[in-house]
Design a protein around this ligand. Sequence first.
Ligand code: URA
Length: 211
Amino acid sequence: MTEPVVHVISHPLVQHKLTLMRQKDLSTSSFRRMLGEIAMLMAYEVTRDMPTKLIEVETPLEKMMGPVIEGRKTVFVVIMRAGAGFLEGMLEVVPGARVGHIGLYRDPKSLVAVEYYFKMPSDMHERDAIVLDPMLATGNSAVAAVERLKETHPRSIRFVSLLAAPEGLRHFHQHHPDVPVYTASIDRELNDHGYIVPGLGDAGDRIFGTK
Ligand code: URA
């Protein structure tokens, strides 16, 4: 049985920006900018063991073989809509990656995830999938998204969230113990409405200014 893995990214730059993002009066533009910056920083951790290949380059002094990332093998899988806020920063770091989208909405009564959109690039079996959703709350969307993604047989799957609730992490790893989670914080708990506490509120509303 695979031991579930959770990486908490404790780098001071990530923690600093996350604390600022939690402030309820932060403007939409600052929230979005900081999410992009954190996404770039988290991308370093998530891609740490990414496959590379050697290419020949010519320095001013001589030819050499140097490693470059096989960017086309990575697919970022955005869980709409809040996952989109993570995408730009990730693509800054891995510009050659492909992008897939999964549309799920939370039924407000049952909190269960319902799929309304699914589009992945071809040849998923050759790709390493990095699933993006800033909030791992109940875990229902994350479980459903990864279940659906597994039907396309990617080479590997990682899940990246800015914040996670302990309940959501447990639920996620009960269903997907093979999928490592990368997060900047495991917050205290979920409230009765399925929000992460202390959290930062509704990530989608804060990214897109829709409150
Ligand atoms: N989704 C959010 O945007 N925020 C939460 O706290 C939980 C789920």
